[in-house]
Design a protein around this ligand. Structure first.
Ligand code: NCD
Length: 322
C-alpha cells in the first residue's frame, strides 16, 4: 500500500513489515560494507526530493538519524531543531497554519516531533491544502506514538533474533508505560506477531487501556507486573525505558517514586536468560547501568544505528512507494 503519511505504527501490515525489513537490511548492508560505490548509488535514489525536519521537542537520535538518512539518499533537508522557540509558533501561529505553509513550499516529506498527542495527525489533515503531495512523518507526538521508533525497534528484534524469528518470543516491556510513546507504538506493532508481552511498571505508570484493548483485539497474550523480578527471568527480549519526567505535571507522582527495583545492572543480568536481548530507545538515565554495555545481548547502541537504514527505507517508501 502507498504510504504518504506515517502517523501510527498500526499503518503497517505484517507482510508489509516483513518486506520493509528486507529493504532496510539491504540498505543496512550497503551502508556497512558497500564502500564509496554504494554511497554514490544511495545518494542518487532520492536526489530530486526534499525533506523538512521540524522538531518542537528535544531529540538526538530521531532528528539526526532522519536527517542523516535523508542526506545519504541525496535529499536536501531544511531543518528547525527547536521549532517551539525558533519558528512562528513562538509568535502564536497555530500548528495547522505552520503546516499548511510548509506543505505549500513543495517539500516531499515533513518529519515532525511535537509535545501534543495527535499533532502529527492534525498536521496531516492540513498539509496538502495547496494540492502538493507532502507526507507527514510522526517523529513523536506527546504521549501518543513514535512509529519510526517502533519500526527500528522491531527491525532490531528481527535482526537480533534472526535465528528464531519474532513469533514465540516473550518480550518484557518496562518502565514508564503510561507516558512513553515508544512502548505504545512497539506494543501495537508487536501485536502483528505471535509474541507474549509482559508489561512491568511502577504503580501509576501502567500501560494505558487503549494498548491493552488493542492487544486483546488481536488475541495477544500479555500480563502486567509491578515487580521486574517477576518478569525479567522469562524474557527473550527486554525493552526498558526511562520515566518521562517532562510529561508529568503532578510533582507528588515523582516524589513518592522508588525506582531502585527498576535498574538493570550486570547483577540483574544474572537472573535473566543467557541469550536475552536488552533494548532501550534511549536516552537512558540510570535505568540500565553502564556495566551492562559489554553484555553480548546489550543491543541498545546497535538499535540506535538501526534507525539509519530503517529511516532510509521509510523515506524511500514514502517518496517512491517502494
Ligand atoms: C524516545 C522519545 O523521544 O520518545 N527517544 C527516542 O526517540 N529514541 C524515548 C524517550 O525520550 O524516552
Amino acid at each position: 500500500m502507498k504510504l504518504r503519511h506515517f502517523i501510527s505504527s498500526l499503518q503497517f501490515t505484517r507482510p508489509e513489515l516483513e518486506s520493509f525489513f528486507l529493504n532496510a537490511q539491504a540498505i543496512d548492508r550497503l551502508l556497512k560494507t558497500g564502500g564509496l560505490a554504494a554511497r554514490k548509488e544511495l545518494h542518487e535514489r532520492l536526489a530530486l526530493f526534499q525533506a523538512c525536519s521540524f522538531f518542537y521537542e528535544p531529540s538526538t537520535r530521531t532528528r539526526c538519524s532522519f536527517e542523516s538518512a535523508a542526506n545519504r539518499l541525496g535529499m536536501s533537508v531544511v531543518s528547525t531543531e527547536n521549532a517551539a522557540e525558533f519558528s512562528s509558533t513562538s509568535k502564536g501561529e497555530t500548528l495547522e497554519d505552520s503546516t499548511a505553509v510548509l506543505g505549500g513550499l513543495g517539500f516531499d516529506v515533513l518529519i515532525m516531533r511535537h509535545k501534543e498527542t495527535g499533532a502529527a495527525e492534525r498536521a496531516a489533515k492540513v498539509c496538502n491544502l495547496h494540492g502538493l503531495p507532502m507526507g507527514v512523518v510522526n517523529g513523536g507526538d506527546g504521549t501518543g506514538e513514535h512509529p519510526s521508533q517502533s519500526l527500528l525497534d522491531l527491525y532490531t528484534i528481527w535482526k537480533e533474533k534472526a535465528d528464531r524469528g519474532i513469533d514465540g518470543l516473550t518480550v518484557v516491556i518496562g518502565g514508564d508505560l503510561k507516558h512513553g510513546r515508544t512502548v505504545r507504538s512497539l506494543a501495537l506493532m508487536l501485536s502483528l506477531f505471535k509474541t507474549k508481552i509482559i508489561f512491568v511498571a511502577p504503580e501509576h505508570f501502567e500501560v494505558q487501556s487503549g494498548v491493552k484493548s488493542g492487544l486483546e483485539g488481536r488475541g495477544i497474550e500479555f500480563r502486567e507486573e509491578t515487580d521486574p523480578a517477576k518478569a525479567l527471568p522469562e524474557a527473550d527480549v527486554v525493552y526498558w525505558t526511562r520515566v518521562q519526567r517532562e510529561r508529568i505535571a503532578d510533582p507528588a507522582l515523582l516524589s513518592g517514586l522508588d525506582l531502585s527495583k527498576y535498574v538493570i545492572s550486570a547483577e540483574t543480568l544474572g537472573t535473566m536468560k543467557p541469550d536475552v536481548t536488552i533494548m532501550h530507545p534511549l536516552p537512558r538515565v540510570g535505568e540500565i547501568t553502564t556495566d551492562v554495555d559489554c553484555h553480548p545481548g546489550a543491543a541498545y547502541f546497535r538499535q540506535a544505528w538501526n534507525g539509519l537504514p530503517v529511516r532510509m527505507a521509510l523515506l524511500e517508501r514514502i517518496c517512491l512507494g517502494k
